[in-house]
Write a protein that binds this ligand. Structure first.
Ligand code: PMV
Length: 378
């Protein structure tokens, strides 16, 4: 249920019980500022329990759990200025790495359209958005999670500077809510090191509307947990995740999959507390393969893994069996492999990656990342 209350000059918008916005009318004097600049860096995240299947608008069919990363980031700044004449359109200039990028603007306009009911100031200001990624172009690493969360955090900060009066915690919650409307999994990048998105009866405070940080104590084994991303295929995906999510409607195994994900999330939450790496490995690898099994069993069916994805998986299994090193893999919606392992095993595993796995990567490329705490003000 959505209800809008208009109280004097200010508008308070509630969606369900969640206070999304407290913005001010377009009367000049009610904004505390008429120009300014904000900047945030937001990381990517890797899901361990996968979100695959959604209802409008960006409501997940099951709860998901992810590790927030550190090194794969989008850094975004926004210069905002009060418009001479406000309008129903948006005035946005989008720069990528300092250069004009008109091809990105339609996506930003669609995002602004979607979030405008929760950010009334968007029509009253003009914006110059400047964004850059710390990871290489077309590396096959999706920039939507880091990009949308950095953008959302900047907009919430602007709203704060204009006088919206949300607490720091509410601002993060709102940024997660807005980021979700841009790209589902982006809502999990605002906080870290572990976040959960989607209502789950065992996770207090969990929500379909925004992600929440994992509230219990994370076992020390996961401190600085490593994620080395092997760039197996840097090409454009043949099937977008939007199309993939939609193929879960009427999917023969959908119901069982959503139940499995929720049950895996419960088990993995326990493992994150107790540090049982054998169980961690089993849940995480099973989740990755189930995600791809859903793709292979949808209609139309498709495969995003490449031959080298399988080669790498087999090498990891062999190495783990021979050495006992608790290294495992996960996959997102693509061919790249995320190699996960404790910081204590970093030297050994990096040596294994260099000598045995790098040759399976395009141009021998891989990115070393590790757990992080979410968005940072710049
Ligand atoms: O946020 P989207 O719509 O790009 O979907 C992300 C889906 C996966 O990366 C495959 C899984 C996940 O939970 O991040």
């Amino acid at each position: 249920m959505k209800c809008i209350l208009i109280i004097g000059q200010s508008k308070l918008i509630f969606v369900q019980n969640f206070i999304l916005s407290k913005t001010y009318s377009s009367v000049n004097s009610l904004y505390k500022k008429d120009h300014g600049k904000v900047a945030f860096a937001a990381p990517s995240n890797i899901a361990l329990v996968k979100y695959w299947g959604k209802r409008p608008i960006q409501i997940p069919e099951n709860a998901s759990l992810s590790f927030t990363l550190s090194e794969c980031r989008t850094e975004t700044s926004i210069v905002y200025k009060k418009r001479e004449v406000n309008g129903s359109d948006f005035l946005i200039t989008f720069l990528f790495e300092g250069a004009s990028k008109p091809s990105f603007e339609p996506k930003i306009h669609t995002f602004f359209d979607r979030i405008a009911p929760y950010c009334h100031f968007l029509h009253d200001f003009e914006f110059v958005i400047d964004s850059k990624n710390t990871f290489p172009h077309s590396s096959g690493i999706a920039s939507s999670a880091s990009g949308m969360s950095a953008l959302a955090m900047c907009l919430v900060q602007i709203e704060h500077e204009l006088g919206a009066g949300l607490s720091a915690e509410e601002r993060k919650e709102k940024a997660s809510f807005l980021a979700r409307l841009g790209s589902g999994s982006a809502c999990r990048s605002i906080e870290g090191p572990v976040t959960i998105w989607g209502e789950h009866h065992k996770i207090e405070g969990s929500s379909n509307e925004f992600a929440v940080p994992f509230k219990q104590k994370v076992h020390p084994i996961f401190e600085n947990y490593q994620d080395t991303v092997l760039l197996i295929d840097k090409g454009e995906k043949q099937v977008s995740s939007t199309v993939g999510h939609n193929l879960m409607h009427g999917h023969r195994y959908a119901k069982a999959r959503f139940e499995q994900a929720n049950s895996n999330l419960e088990k993995l939450s326990e493992v994150i507390r107790n540090g049982a790496l054998d169980q961690f490995i089993e849940i995480v690898e099973s989740e990755a393969l189930t995600l791809h099994a859903m793709m292979m069993t949808s209609l139309p069916y498709f495969i995003l893994m490449k031959p080298n994805t399988l080669e790498v998986i087999n090498s990891i299994w062999k190495y783990r069996k021979q050495t006992g090193v608790p290294v495992c893999f996960t996959l997102d919606a693509g061919a790249n492999v995320h190699v996960l392992y404790p910081e204590a095993n970093k030297k050994q595993v990096l040596n294994f990656i260099k000598t045995e796995l790098a040759e399976k990567c395009q141009n021998q490329q891989y990115i070393c990342d590790y757990l992080g705490i979410g968005v940072k003000k710049m």
